[in-house]
Design a protein around this ligand. Structure first.
Ligand code: PEP
Ligand code: MG
Length: 563
């Protein structure tokens, strides 16, 4: 019998597929791991290594019989890596130096992966990811975590909560839907799913527990529903809908070359928001004009140690080069809030979104910040990069960050490394404090980018990730609009450019108003670019709309005015 569960559509679209329930988080399991004496840890490692090697061998034999060449090649590579004596020796050495076996495996595989990542030869460089995968397989075996197999077709992943970096790292094309029990439309996991164009339903609450592994379901993110065990007719009609959506997507992709200009000739830059460096490839297909927000915290997440300067340099350079001279705005890491970093040991906070987050961490852990800035400045040589500071509330923070940028330049100079000294430095305007102070802050900034996701949460005192209050959360609230308008005016009276990189930028309903306010750039998830462009190309500028919108009493009245 089919069962329908109601949630909220967060990324539109439909999907028919099989459920993969994501349960235990690696970091949580690592934190609970009880470390034994080195001899015992070593035995545990060998036992796990043997089990995974046996499983891989079995999979190799299965794939051989089925003529799955690509899969076979990957499995054979993994089998070779797991038996590699250098990897084994590195792990055993760390265990003997009293490191817990799972951590020793993770660290050694990451170190070895980094060595491969630095190799010129493209084939060998790509083996870095395989080494990390193998390390994770052994660790999962040791910790008793069932490792999700994302390689099956038409998977719909489901969890009470899903770590944003799990979605950021999904392989392309296999996962066709996401279900999150908690979360709301602007939680980071959803933002990443949106960038990848994966239909997503959130806010199912406890009902999410009724969705079991391997069940067949229909996900309708347009209606915000999940149908468990759908009958054949329902499955077929949704498969047909999914096909039509793919065709529509092809149409949107075909708009990639058109300019984003209104009927009366006002142009606006449409840039992309990315998390994972590889996201730039998809964003370019949708016709992005540079990157307006590179959420670099994803370079720090989903791993067990801080990324080195070299690792970061490689990630930033990849994106900057792909932007081919167009601006690439690199936001310094915005850790904290709903993006924790377990290896930083941030103390448990009552209100993480009001706590030790983003620039606050960077100005205290200047070692981390300096390394990141150096990597950005070095990567900046390969194109046109900008540094953007998140969560700013005061001028001191901007001046503090700029001092570190100067220090990074002088250290690079004495290290004899190439770097760019011509780099724009701007801020996210995502706190009411920053928005109200923009006339002053503009003196020290080359640009502003309005982060409506946080600006809305902090202005309205509504948690952006809490489905119980999501009714109250809207960037169209006149209070938020007033802060946006203040920011745009302050930027222009100080002759600097102003963009927007919160989710509002990707909502075509907002385009008419934002262009009337005078916004210079809109940065959004890649699939939203052609939709906003289509809207921009259909409108004429109406400056009077701003006063009308700002004088409405609530968000509903504003949206009525705009649609
Ligand atoms: C924002 O707050 O609007 C923003 C773009 O930053 P993030 O969503 O990463 O917090
Ligand atoms: Mg933000």
């Amino acid at each position: 019998m089919a069962e329908i569960i109601k949630g909220k559509g967060a990324v539109p679209g439909v999907a028919v597929g099989t459920v993969l329930v994501l349960s235990t988080d690696l970091n949580k399991a690592l934190a609970k791991y009880a470390q034994a004496a080195p001899e015992v840890e070593e035995k545990k490692y060998y036992a796990a290594q043997q089990t995974v090697a046996d499983e891989l061998e079995e999979s190799v034999n299965n794939a051989r019989g089925k003529d799955k060449k690509e899969q076979l090649a990957i499995l054979e590579t993994h089998h070779g890596i797991i038996l590699d004596p250098v990897l084994r020796a590195g792990i055993v050495e760390k265990i003997r130096q009293h490191m817990a076996a799972p951590l020793a495996v993770l660290k050694t595989s990451e170190e070895m992966a980094q060595m491969f990542a630095d190799i010129e030869d493209a084939y060998l460089r790509e083996r870095a990811a395989d080494i990390k995968d193998v390390g994770k397989k052994i660790v999962h075996e040791m910790l008793g975590i069932g490792q999700p197999d994302f390689e099956r077709e038409n998977l719909i992943i489901c969890g009470e909560e899903i770590d944003p970096c799990v979605i950021a790292d999904l392989p392309d094309g296999k996962v066709t839907g996401v279900i999150i029990g908690h979360g709301s439309t602007t939680s980071h996991a959803v933002i990443i799913a949106k960038a990848k164009g994966i239909p997503t339903v959130v806010g199912l609450g406890q009902a999410v527990k009724r969705i079991e592994n391997n069940t067949r379901i229909v996900l309708d993110a347009n209606q915000g529903t999940v149908i468990i065990n759908p009958d054949e007719g329902t499955s077929e009609s949704y498969t047909e809908k999914a096909k039509k959506e793919l065709e529509l997507n092809q149409y949107y992709l075909s708009l990639s070359e058109l300019p984003a200009v209104t009927l009366d000739g006002t142009g606006v830059t449409l840039a992309a928001n990315i998390g994972n460096p590889k996201d730039i490839d998809n964003a370019l297909k949708y016709g992005c004009n540079g990157v307006g927000l590179f959420r670099t915290e994803f370079v720090f997440m989903g791993r067990e140690t801080l990324p080195t300067e070299e690792e970061q340099y490689t990630a930033y350079k990849y994106v900057i080069e792909k932007c081919s001279g167009k601006l690439c705005v690199i936001r310094t890491m915005d850790i904290g809030g709903d993006k924790p970093l377990p290896y930083l040991n941030i103390e448990k906070e009552e209100n993480p979104f009001l706590g030790w987050r983003a620039i606050r961490i960077c100005l205290e852990r200047t070692d981390i910040f300096l390394t990141q800035i150096k990597a950005i400045l070095r990567a900046g040589v390969y194109g046109n990069a900008a540094i953007m500071l998140p969560m700013i509330i005061s001028m001191e923070e901007i001046l503090g960050a700029k001092a570190i940028i100067r220090q990074a330049m002088s250290e690079l100079e004495s290290e004899g490394k190439k770097y760019t000294s011509q780099i724009q430095v701007g801020i996210m305007v995502e706190t009411p404090a920053a928005a109200l102070m923009t006339p002053v802050l503009a003196k020290e900034c080359d640009f502003f980018s309005i982060g409506t996701n946080d600006l809305t949460q902090y202005t309205l005192a509504v948690d952006r990730g809490n489905p119980s209050v999501s009714k109250l959360y809207s960037p169209y609230h006149p209070a938020v609009l007033n802060l946006i308008d203040t920011t745009v005016r302050a930027a222009h009276s100080n002759n600097i450019w102003v963009g927007m990189c919160g989710e509002m930028a990707g909502d075509p309903v907002a385009s008419r108003l934002l262009l009337a306010m005078g916004i210079d750039e809109l940065s959004m998830s890649a699939p939203s670019i052609p939709k906003v462009k289509e809207k921009v190309r259909s409108i004429t500028l109406d400056k009077a709309l701003v006063t009308r919108a700002l004088s409405q009493l609530n968000a509903d009245e504003v949206t009525k005015l705009l649609v």
